[in-house]
Design a protein around this ligand. Structure first.
Ligand code: TYD
Length: 138
């Protein structure tokens, strides 16, 4: 699956911790957008989509949440509970975020601006796109 957990370097000292996020240095793509989710209600699932082209890194910078990942062949659950772990998602991957702690802040670094036409919000359409992609790669 085209996902990876990247441990970001913590610049800690006696005052506390700091993480730097730098384009093409510790993030392997150019990015145009940062957004974050907070005050997510209990038992809510967010995401429920895949992207055609967008690359993203998800950080739970406070609290915790889980991410369900599915590339049409394999499924994975990832727990994000440390601010220094970035979850890199590239390619056609269906994602759902769930089990948000009350204090969770989920920050996303994205390779492009918001563009609804890059979204696949229907799971069956997602599976179709996966098989088209697999057929092309054969
Ligand atoms: P939505 O796509 O439902 O969030 P998710 O699928 O990640 O749970 O987005 C919620 C709203 O915010 C929707 O009206 C679109 C808007 N939005 C933006 O305007 N810009 C953005 O960068 C994002 C991610 C969402």
């Amino acid at each position: 699956m085209n996902v990876k957990i990247i441990p970001f370097q913590q610049h800690g000292d006696s005052r506390g911790q700091l993480i730097a996020i730098e384009e093409k240095i510790n993030v392997p793509f150019e990015f145009k957008r940062v957004y974050f989710m907070y005050e997510t209600k209990k038992n809510v699932r967010r995401g429920l989509h895949a992207h055609k082209k967008l690359k993203q890194i998800l950080f739970c910078v406070h609290g915790s949440c889980k991410v369900h990942l599915d590339d049409g062949m394999e499924q994975r659950e990832v727990l994000l509970d440390k601010p220094y772990y970035g979850l890199l998602i590239e390619g056609l991957v269906w994602r759902e975020m769930y089990d948000f702690s009350e204090d969770a802040v989920l920050m996303v670094i994205a390779s492009d601006f918001y563009d609804e036409s890059d979204y696949i919000r229907d799971y069956n359409e997602f599976l179709k796109e996966v098989s088209v992609k697999n057929a092309k790669e054969k």
